[in-house]
Ligand binder design. Structure first.
Ligand code: ZN
Length: 279
């Protein structure tokens, strides 16, 4: 099998490439652990600095999760309808306390995050968060209640953060409270009397977020789909196809060439074979 000699190095190279990518992705948790370790050494000084941050009673992490939910599962539909959310709507970007800081995060590399205000760089996002809390806390406008994390109950942030397992027991009172908050968001952000696109978005919001706030078997949250998940699967699928397609054609080409060569050799051998045959 001559063609096997050609294919073997190619397959070897591909497998090495794949191993390389796996190794790269597996290093990130390790470096994270190192940073955790290094971080614990310097916590005493950090705690002193964090005294300023106690004025803000809003979770940055949960606000970020709420923003991700809005960005993935609501914004695509709002953009599709070309609808302008009122600034009175609590889902409006202006009503996220941390939005400005989050937009000043520069993700330079896997292990490099930069502060957009002073260009200082950090090895992980959480260190940049701490830097914002310590150095740029004066940029937060805390005079109004703009905590996006307060809407987490309605927006299913736990699903985004993967912090709670899906099997936790349902609390009917909490589900009712979240549903009420959710419906009030739909009424405030997409008033039905403001035209067809607002009422379409109102209905979508109820299906996408509110209907799932029930202890009986109801629809799952984000039942209308979102933006990022599909695009990631699409991207991964197309990359895989692009990688496999040339290999497939190469194998087919080499196989056919081998068959052609084989038949030519047979043609050459067969007359010789007849001559040497003793009669
Ligand atoms: Zn800074």
């Amino acid at each position: 099998m001559g063609w096997w000699k050609v294919i073997a190095p190619i397959l070897l190279a591909i497998s090495l490439c794949l191993q390389g990518t796996i190794r790269v992705s597996s290093t990130s948790p390790l470096t994270q652990k190192n940073q955790d370790f290094e971080q614990s050494a310097g916590t005493s000084t950090l705690k002193q600095q964090q005294e300023h941050a106690h004025e803000v009673h809003c979770s940055r992490e949960r606000s970020r999760a709420a923003w991700k939910v809005i960005d993935e599962y609501l914004v695509p539909f709002v953009e599709q309808e070309r609808y302008q959310m009122s600034s009175k709507c609590r889902l409006h970007p202006d009503n996220d306390l941390f939005r400005d800081q989050e937009q000043h995060k520069i993700h330079f590399d896997i292990n490099e995050w930069r502060c957009g205000y002073c260009k200082k760089s950090f090895r992980a996002e959480k260190f940049l968060d701490q830097h914002f809390d310590n150095r740029h806390y004066n940029l937060l406008n805390v005079s109004h209640s703009k905590c996006l994390a307060d809407l987490c109950g309605a927006l299913h942030c736990d699903l985004m953060m993967n912090s709670k397992s899906a099997k936790t027991k349902c609390n009917p009172a909490a589900a009712a409270r979240n549903r009420h908050l959710c419906e009030s968001l739909a009424d405030n952000c997409f008033p039905i009397n403001q035209g067809p696109s607002a009422s379409r978005l109102h209905e979508l919001f109820l299906h996408q977020f509110c209907d799932a706030h029930t202890c009986s078997r109801g629809p799952k949250p984000f039942s209308r789909g979102g933006k990022k998940q599909t695009s990631i699967f699409y991207l991964a699928g197309s990359i895989l196809i692009l990688m496999l397609l040339p290999i497939f054609y190469l194998v087919v080409y080499l196989y056919q060439r081998e068959i052609r060569r084989g038949t030519q050799e047979l043609k050459r051998i067969s007359p010789l074979g007849r001559k040497t045959k003793p009669s």
